[in-house]
Write a protein that binds this ligand. Sequence first.
Ligand code: 13P
Ligand code: SF4
Length: 359
Amino acid sequence: MMMPAQTATDFATRKPSKAALQRGVLPMPELEYTDEIAAETAPIYEQVKHVIPPMEWPFHAPYVAAINRLKKERGAVILAHNYQTPEIFHGVSDFRGDSLQLAIEAARSDADLIIQCGVHFMAETSKILCPEKTVLIPDSTAGCSLASSITAADVRELRERYPGVPIITYVNTSADVKAECDICCTSSNAVQVVESMGTDRVLLIPDQYLAKNVARQTDVEVLTYAGSCEVHERFTADEIRSYRRSMPDVQVIAHPECPPEVVDEADFSGSTKGMIDWVKTNRPEKVMMITECSMADNVASEAPEVNFVRPCNLCPHMKKITLPKILDSLLYMQEEVTVDPMVADKARQAVERMINLKS
Ligand code: 13P
Ligand code: SF4
C-alpha cells in the first residue's frame, strides 16, 4: 500500500536548526506498507494489538520502521511520556515513564541526541539536566496549561509577598519558573518534598489541586497558586459516583492533579507511574483510570486481562506529537529545545535538590 507523503512541516520554508546545520538532513524514506515492513513490525504489533485495530496498523508500521532505523543512524534515544499514543509509546520509544523518570533517563543515557515525545516543559527539563546534549521535540507548540499558568515574574512577586516561605515548583513548569524556585517536585514525591523543607509553611505552585491534595497529607501549611490542569480539572465526583453505581466492582484510580473531591472518590491516587504500578501489582478485574486516555491504552497492552473502563480525557498538547512529526525530527533535526545557560544552571539546582532527597 502506498502511503501519502506526510511530513509535519515543510522543511523548505524553515530555517534549519543549529543541530541540522551540524548534523545535516536526511532524505525522506519510502513509507510503503510492504510485506517486509509487515514482518519487521509484527513483534511490535503484537504488543499493541489490543488497542490498535489491524486495519490501522498499515498506516503506522512504515513510520515505526523508518523511525526505528533512523534513530540508530542518528544515535538518538526516544523518550515517551505515559500519555503518548501506543504506536509511539510501544512502537518507537527507548524509555517510557513519568515526566521526571524521562529527564533522569535523558541524563543517564550515553546518547547525545534526545527526542522527547511529551510536552515542552518535559523537553526543557531534559535539556536542563543534560545541557551538553541536543534535545529535540517533534512539535514545540505542545504546551501544558499548568506550565503556562505562571511566569518567572509571578514567582518573584510571590517571594516578595511571602518572604522566607520556601517555593516548591511542580515539575510542570517552564525552566524560567524553575530557576526562581527553591526546589522542584513531582506528583509522586510532593509530600516528601514539602516536609523536607523544615518549615511550617511552604508555597507549592502552580497546581492548586495538587497542592490541596498534598495539604491533606501533611501538617505543613501549603499555600498555592491558581493553576490547574485542563485535562484533570474536568473530572467530577458526581460522574465517578454515577459510574460506581452502574459498576460496583470497578476500582477507581486518580491522578492528584484532579480536584480533591474527585481524589476522595478514588481507591488510589498517584503519579502516572504510580497508577501504572498499582494496576500491574493489583491486577484488578475492572479499573477506571481518572487521567489522560492514552495511559489506559498503554497499560492495557501490558495487562490485557484487566478491563479498562472510561471516563478519560484527552490532553490536546500530548496529542500534538505524532509519528510523522517524530520522523521529521530525525530527518531534519527539528525542533531544537534551548534553555539560556544561566537559567538552566539555576533551574538545575531546583531539580537536583529534589533528585538528591533521600527516599
Ligand atoms: P506525571 O509526572 O505523573 O507523569 O504527570 C505529568 C502530567 O503532565 C500529568 O498530567
Ligand atoms: Fe499539562 Fe494536564 Fe496535559 Fe499533563 S495532562 S501535560 S498537566 S495539560
